[in-house]
Design a protein around this ligand. Structure first.
Ligand SMILES: NC(=O)c1ccc[n+]([C@@H]2O[C@H](COP(=O)([O-])OP(=O)(O)OC[C@H]3O[C@@H](n4cnc5c(N)ncnc54)[C@H](OP(=O)(O)O)[C@@H]3O)[C@@H](O)[C@H]2O)c1
Length: 257
C-alpha cells in the first residue's frame, strides 16, 4: 500500500487555485485521473495545463457550487468525461468576515451555500454512485475555525463546524457501502483567501503567527500529505475523522519569551 492513486478518478472542487490546486497537483503526481471544478475558466485552464505535465487524464469543469442544478450537471459531465468518481475532495469555499451583530443575509447565503450546501450536495450526488459501486472516498475541507471559535468570523466558523459534523454523519450512514468520509481542518494557509486579511495587514499577520506553535503560517503543500493519506488505501479503516493540519493553532497558544 502506498500513495499511488493509479486507476483512481479524483474530483477536486476548488481545484483552480490555492489548497484545491495543490491537492489536484499532488494527486496527478500520484497518477490519478483528475477533474477540477471552479467558476473562473482562465484559472481552471491554467491549472489544467499544469496537471497535464504529469501525463495524466485531467479535465476542468465550470460550475457555481452554490447552485444544485449546476452541481448535478457538473457531476453528470464529470462522470461521462472521467468515468466513475472514486475520490471526491470538497475544497471549494469562501470566507466573509463580519461581526455577528452586522452579518447581512447576502453574506450568510453566500458562505453557507458555498461551504455547506455546496459540499453536501457534491457528496450527496457523487455518493449515490459510490453507493451503487460499493466503494468511494470523500474528503471534506473544513478549517481549524470549525473547531476553535474566532470572533468576527461567525458565519465562516458555523459553516466549517457544519462540515465536520456532516463528515461524521455521512461516514456513519455510508460506511456499510464501503465509503469512507473524512475531513481536513487546515489553518492560516498562504492563499488568495487571506489576501484581504492577514496577508495585507502586518498586525493581523503577527496575531495569526503568534497563535501558531510552529511559528509560521501554512503553505498549500503542508496540506497535501493529509489529502494523499486520506485518499489512499493507507487510511483504509479511517472514517468520520477530522485530520487537523494547523501547526498546533487549535492545541493552545504558545507562550511568548
Ligand atoms: N486559506 C486558509 O487559511 C484556509 C484555512 C482553513 C481552511 N481553508 C479552506 O480551504 C478551502 C480552500 O481555500 P483556499 O485558501 O485555497 O482559497 P482560495 O485560494 O480562495 O480558493 C478557493 C477555491 O474555491 C473555489 N470556489 C469558491 N466559490 C466557489 C463556487 N461558488 N463554486 C465553485 N467553486 C468555488 C474557487 O474557484 P472560483 O473562484 O474560480 O470559483 C477556488 O478554486 C476553503 O474551503 C477554505 O475555507 C482555507
Amino acid at each position: 500500500m502506498n500513495f499511488n492513486l493509479e486507476n483512481r478518478v479524483a474530483l477536486v472542487t476548488g481545484g483552480s487555485r490555492g489548497i484545491g490546486k495543490a491537492i489536484a497537483l499532488a494527486f496527478s503526481k500520484a497518477k490519478a485521473t483528475v477533474g477540477i471544478v471552479g467558476r473562473d475558466r482562465l484559472a481552471l485552464q491554467q491549472t489544467l495545463k499544469e496537471l497535464k505535465r504529469s501525463h495524466i487524464h485531467a479535465e476542468a469543469f465550470v460550475a457555481d457550487l452554490k447552485k444544485l442544478d449546476e452541481i448535478e450537471s457538473m457531476v453528470r459531465t464529470a462522470q461521462s468525461k472521467l468515468g466513475s468518481i472514486d475520490i471526491l475532495v470538497n475544497v471549494a469555499g469562501i470566507a466573509v468576515l463580519e461581526p455577528a451583530e452586522s452579518v447581512s443575509e447576502d453574506s450568510w447565503e453566500k458562505v453557507i451555500n458555498t461551504n455547506l450546501k455546496g459540499q453536501f450536495f457534491c457528496a450527496s450526488r457523487i455518493g449515490s454512485e459510490m453507493i451503487r459501486r460499493k466503494k468511494g472516498v470523500i474528503i471534506n475541507v473544513s478549517s481549524e475555525e470549525g473547531i476553535v471559535a474566532v470572533p468576527g468570523h461567525v458565519v465562516y466558523c458555523i459553516s466549517k463546524a457544519g462540515i465536520i459534523h456532516m463528515t461524521k454523519v455521512l461516514a456513519v450512514e455510508w460506511g456499510k457501502y464501503g465509503i469512507r468520509v473524512n475531513c481536513i481542518a487546515p489553518a492560516a494557509v498562504n492563499t488568495q483567501m487571506n489576501q484581504n486579511y492577514w496577508l495585507k495587514d502586518k498586525k493581523a499577520y503577527k496575531w495569526v503567527v503568534d497563535r501558531i506553535a510552529m511559528g509560521r503560517v501554512s503553505e498549500v503543500e503542508d496540506i497535501t500529505g493529509a489529502a494523499l493519506y486520506l485518499a489512499s488505501d493507507l487510511s483504509s479503516f479511517v472514517t468520520g475523522h477530522t485530520l487537523v493540519v494547523d501547526g498546533g493553532i487549535s492545541v493552545g497558544t504558545p507562550r511568548k519569551e
